[in-house]
Design a protein. Structure first.
Length: 131
């Protein structure tokens, strides 16, 4: 986990928060479908949290501050759940994931990011994840 913008760990901004990078690997059914070393892990956690909080109403398209790709990390709503797709993913096929799996995954991911940021920087980022 890295951050080039957080200098004062007692005072940091939202843009500092979303710029926190780390190694990220996303697996579906034991298959690695996406892996990146310098991934904005906090930004993704925040966007997934908001998407879940809003009830998965629309497709999810991760809007990364560091990339222009439209389908960098995407969940497209389909009848059976969601199809995961990424232009940067391992393989180009869409992979089905159920809504129940996302309901389980997102809080786990958010909690892991909160824990890692707390351990590495001593920061409590809970304020960004209030229901």
């Amino acid at each position: 986990i890295r951050s080039e913008t957080i200098k004062d760990y007692k005072q940091y901004s939202f843009s500092d928060f979303i710029s926190i990078e780390g190694n990220f690997e996303f697996n579906i059914n034991g298959l690695t479908v996406f892996a990146e070393e310098y991934w904005n892990i906090a930004e993704l956690a925040y966007q997934l949290f908001i998407w879940k909080k809003n009830g998965f109403i629309n497709d999810f398209q991760y809007a990364c501050i560091d990339a222009e790709e439209k389908d960098l990390f995407t969940f497209r709503k389909v009848t059976e759940g969601f199809q995961f797709f990424s232009e940067w993913g391992i393989g180009r096929d869409s992979i089905l994931i159920t809504e129940d799996s996302l309901i389980e995954f997102i809080p786990q991911y958010v909690e892991s990011v909160k824990l890692i940021v707390s351990e590495k920087f001593g920061l409590d980022i809970s304020e960004y994840f209030k229901e």
